[in-house]
Design a protein around this ligand. Structure first.
Ligand SMILES: Nc1ncnc2c1ncn2[C@@H]1O[C@H](COP(=O)(O)OP(=O)(O)OP(=O)(O)O)[C@@H](O)[C@H]1O
Ligand SMILES: [Mg+2]
Length: 376
């Protein structure tokens, strides 16, 4: 069996690891050879643009095709011969879950809780929406943002003026109320082509500079909140007819409500700890569902697990030395993405599993600091 992955970053790299054990060959279609996964795969096609011709050729050469990112035109995917049999998540799922405006509308339509929001496609509408919702607001580009790029907090007229300078000529943004967040939560849902659904245990994420920095299992919330989160996440997966993994980012608000932040139709940073901490990793389950194979158990294997991202620093970083120092700590599972160090760039992560959450967190932070040569 041959699986094609559009995109060659760390998510593709970790899918490749899972594919190896399943005996599935992987081909990559990437815009640059200088990314994480191409070093490890059967074949890589480099295409500056993912146009119809490149995609059709790629799809023809694979049994199934999936993605490691969602910055791809759903209309082009729908123009590919054989897309209905081969491409998962489907172009519809991709569009409904990753275009923030479409996603917000759909979630609201089916009655799932979202922040109060409006959608704007020009600056006058944006101004009106901001006054309807009331400052402070969060403004998000509908398409193409990640790791907080494309997310702007607008507290006052100055923020609004600087936002005007950064928005492209043609845009679509979601304007939403600023939520007082108690915890950021995530549920990874895997859904197969027969609509069987399994959702991993609830996870908590910590964001720094609007980017995920740490993930914790278990989450210390009531059973009701856990059940509510799961109900929302599975309903969202069914609503977008997800095939493969769908990450559902949730906010637990200070007033105790669970609301949807966003969906990502692919393995997700919050789910990296599933590699060591759960019976089947999110990467393996994604591949299984995409390749029409039975999906696997999502049960936890440990009482506690922590994941910390390795985020590049402004100073020089010797990753060979960092590797030696980080894995000197017992129980550390290191994942490096083969990326050059750059300030603010995710270059790897560390997972620690164990019996005690405090201890796993302490070890993972020490190993991170040792890798980066920093102190926290
Ligand atoms: N309505 C809101 N109120 C308060 N904080 C918010 C709101 N929306 C987003 N945030 C903060 O900004 C972060 C990034 O927002 P969001 O997840 O929508 O963007 P993203 O760039 O697509 O994220 P990702 O890093 O998951 O790709 C959230 O994790 C949260 O910390
Ligand atoms: Mg997010």
């Amino acid at each position: 069996m041959k699986l094609g992955i559009v995109g060659g970053g760390q998510l593709a790299q970790m899918m490749v690891q899972a594919a190896i054990s399943l005996g599935i060959d992987v081909a990559i279609l990437a815009s640059t050879s200088d990314s994480s996964a191409p070093r490890y795969v059967y074949s890589t096609t480099i295409a500056k643009e993912f146009d119809k011709e490149h995609l059709q050729h790629f799809v023809d050469s694979c049994d199934f095709v999936t993605f490691d990112h969602e910055v791809i035109d759903a209309d082009i995917l729908r123009s590919i011969d054989g897309y209905k049999e081969k491409i998962f998540p489907t172009p519809d799922t991709l569009e409904l879950s990753s275009r923030k405006a479409k996603c917000r509308r759909l979630m609201a339509e089916i009655g799932l809780p979202t922040p109060k929001f409006e959608i704007a496609t020009n600056f006058d509408e944006l101004r009106t929406s901001i006054s309807n919702i009331g400052l402070p607001v969060i403004v998000k580009s509908s398409f193409g943002g990640y790791d907080g790029r494309g997310v702007f907090e607008v507290k006052d007229a100055n923020d609004l003026a600087s936002l005007k300078g950064t928005l492209p000529e043609i845009f679509e943004v979601v304007i939403e109320e600023f939520i007082e967040i108690e915890k950021e939560l995530s549920i990874i849902v895997v859904r197969d082509k027969d609509a069987n659904v399994r959702s991993y245990p609830l996870l908590e994420t910590l964001q720094q500079r609007q980017m995920c920095s740490e993930v914790y299992y278990p989450v210390h919330v009531s059973e009701q909140i856990e059940a509510k989160s799961r109900e929302i996440a599975e309903a969202a997966a069914n609503a977008v007819a997800s095939v493969g993994v769908l990450a559902v980012e949730l906010f637990l608000t200070k007033s105790g409500d669970v609301i949807i932040n966003e969906l990502a139709p692919r393995p997700h940073n919050s789910g990296h700890l599933t590699i060591e901490a759960m019976a089947t990793s999110q990467f393996e389950n994604h591949i299984r569902a995409v390749c029409s194979l039975p999906i696997g158990s999502v049960e936890p294997l440990f009482a506690a697990a922590t994941m910390v991202n390795l985020v590049g620093i402004a100073d020089n970083l010797d990753q060979d030395e960092g590797r030696r120092r980080a894995i000197g700590y017992e129980d550390v599972h290191l994942h490096l993405y083969g990326k050059e160090n750059r300030d603010g760039r995710k270059i790897g992560h560390i997972t620690v599993t164990g019996k005690d959450q405090g201890a796993t967190l302490e070890t993972s932070r020490m190993a991170r600091d040792a890798f980066l040569g920093t102190t926290s």
